[in-house]
Design a protein around this ligand. Structure first.
Ligand SMILES: Cc1ncc(COP(=O)(O)O)c(C=O)c1O
Length: 307
């Protein structure tokens, strides 16, 4: 199937890819007033099946976040989840895909105050392999752009408009020759990547910034904490100072798009031997088995698309 022959779900209706268009007065386009999710579905190890990773958790986060913007919840968690599965089935996807649901204020109002009745939603999916292009330890740089605080543009709410901050950091990092940026909080502590959470390894322990460091509370971050705990690695959530990024034993980014991506250097300082560290590699291998249905203990994370 070519991309053009695929369908997009808009307010409960399936629309051809080429006709999936919005009006110029769409409030979300004018002001960024939308919440969204990024969800992955993985082709099964044995082939023939597609597994959506932690679907209910993503849909629950999306619908909880509608409350921050006072958007209406268009569907229940179960109904929204079923629609996503149906969309994948209708498009007959059999390779790894990335799913993008968006709930937003729709067309009609030019003022900042959106029309009450204008809550709309859409979901589309595209094929997506490795987010960073190739399997190598990333070169990252600390951004001069600062993460907005929860009291200005809450990063925890996955509001579309706040991704301008992520885009600025990511774009400038790439223009400066890095693969990705790391953002600090207003207080100068480590926050996260533009679209990824972050973990460091120090003396065999995993350390990650807390929710109060203006992060998105990632679902992959939660999966990492759960896998690490099961392997017997201690996990600590605490503020991380910038220099700890330069001196730690291992560092990795994680997120739906990034999965578990080792970092080889920060601001030109080499981490470990500049390659994926032992704990990072172990977690990445465990994660890769789980998402493709090879780990029976983690089947609960997966929703099969084809019945
Ligand atoms: C800013 C930000 N942080 C972290 C993450 C990771 O969250 P998750 O693992 O739920 O995808 C994302 C999204 O992918 C993000 O946009």
């Amino acid at each position: 199937m070519t991309q053009e022959s695929r369908v997009v779900l808009i307010n409960g209706e399936y629309v051809d890819w080429n006709n999936a268009k919005l009006h110029v007065t769409t409030h979300a386009l004018l002001y960024g007033t939308a919440v969204f999710e990024g969800i992955r579905a993985y082709a099964s190890a044995e082939g023939g099946q597609l597994y959506v990773f932690r679907l209910k958790e993503h849909v629950t986060r999306l619908l909880n976040n509608t409350r921050v913007l006072k958007l209406k919840q268009p569907l229940t968690v179960d109904a929204f989840s079923e629609k996503i599965v149906e969309l994948l089935e209708k498009n007959n996807f059999h390779t790894d895909v990335y799913i993008r649901p968006v709930v937003y204020f729709g067309e009609g109002a030019i003022g900042l105050k959106p029309l009450k009745q204008s809550t709309d939603y859409f979901v589309f999916a595209v094929e997506l392999g490795n987010y960073f292009g190739e399997d190598k330890a990333l070169k990252v740089g600390i951004s001069s752009w600062v993460r907005p605080s929860n009291n200005s543009l809450p990063p925890s709410a996955k509001v579309n408009g706040s991704y301008v901050n992520s885009m600025l950091a990511s774009m400038d990092a790439r223009d400066a020759g890095y693969d990705e940026a790391i953002l600090l909080t207003q207080n100068g502590y480590v926050s996260e990547g533009p679209g990824e959470n972050l973990f460091i390894v120090k003396k065999g322990k995993l350390i990650t910034p807390p929710v109060s460091a203006d992060i998105l509370e990632g679902i992959t971050r939660d999966a990492v904490i759960s896998m690490a705990t099961e392997i017997g690695i201690d996990v600590v959530e605490r503020d991380v100072a910038r220099t700890e990024l330069y001196t730690c034993d291992e560092l990795f980014l994680c997120g739906t798009a990034a999965q578990i991506s080792p970092v080889g250097s920060v601001d030109g300082r080499i981490i470990g031997d500049g390659k994926a560290g032992k704990i990072t590699s172990k977690l990445a291998a465990t994660f890769n088995e789980a998402v493709r249905g090879k780990d029976d203990n983690r089947r609960g994370w997966l929703t099969p698309v084809y019945r």
